[in-house]
Write a protein that binds this ligand. Structure first.
Ligand code: 5GP
Length: 204
């Protein structure tokens, strides 16, 4: 594989999508893995851009067909990452970014550990996350409560990640996100070290 995987997790509303959007503008070789989900689109979300919005039946058929690198149930909806497009982009040497929850991250690590750099995005406290979700205005109070409860359990997994971004100030978080994205492409685990050394030592 020539490319690498940059996995972003963290509570809903922590700003993962906005960070990914900016990295895509900045790094030419970056590719966003569009997940499939059974949740309803939010206002402004576009099918095939933010997610592939599919029915529960379709999603379950895709699970049975082995279509997913990983899938999980989050907030009572299915979410999943398709394997084929990711493999194709990795072969091309791309920086493949995935926005997946903590369960998906564990599965991805089992399959692609050497290719993954992982980033946990969050806020400095739960209150600012709540304010952000309320301000976004895309979810009902009941949905926001569910997302906040889920955020508490997601936070307990943050020590499983390589990096953490406390996204209180977007400009600072983006600066750090770009630094991580660039550095992720230089990880030694992406290299076939013995092959490199033998060709490096070949003088003639
Ligand atoms: P949202 O509904 O706010 O877009 O996403 C809810 C949660 O689902 C977020 O934590 C997000 O990271 C996660 N998520 C999005 N796509 C995937 C996916 O393909 N797989 C998994 N496991 N989680 C995902």
């Amino acid at each position: 594989m020539k490319g690498n995987l940059l996995v972003l997790s963290g509570p809903s509303g922590s700003g993962k999508s906005s960070l990914i959007k900016e990295v895509l503008l900045e790094i030419e070789d970056a590719y966003f893995s569009i997940s499939s989900t059974t949740r309803e689109p939010r206002e402004g979300e576009v099918d095939g851009v933010n997610y592939h919005f599919v029915s529960k039946d379709e999603f379950e058929r895709d699970i049975d067909a082995g279509f997913f690198l990983e899938w999980a149930k989050v907030h009572d909806n299915y979410y999943g990452t398709s394997l084929k497009p990711i493999l194709k982009e990795l072969q091309k040497g791309k920086l493949v970014m995935c926005d997946i929850d903590v369960q998906g991250h564990k599965i991805a690590q089992e399959k692609f550990a050497s290719l993954i750099t992982s980033v946990f995005v969050t806020t400095s406290d739960q209150k600012s996350l709540q304010e952000r979700l309320l301000k976004r205005g895309t979810d009902t109070h009941e949905v926001i409560e569910r997302r906040l409860a889920n955020a508490v359990s997601e936070m307990t997994c943050m020590n499983e990640y390589d990096f953490v971004l406390i996204n209180d100030d977007f400009k600072t978080a983006l600066h750090d996100m770009l630094a991580i994205a660039y550095a992720s492409r230089r990880k030694i685990s992406l290299m076939d070290v013995s092959e490199f050394i033998s060709s490096w030592a070949n003088i003639e």
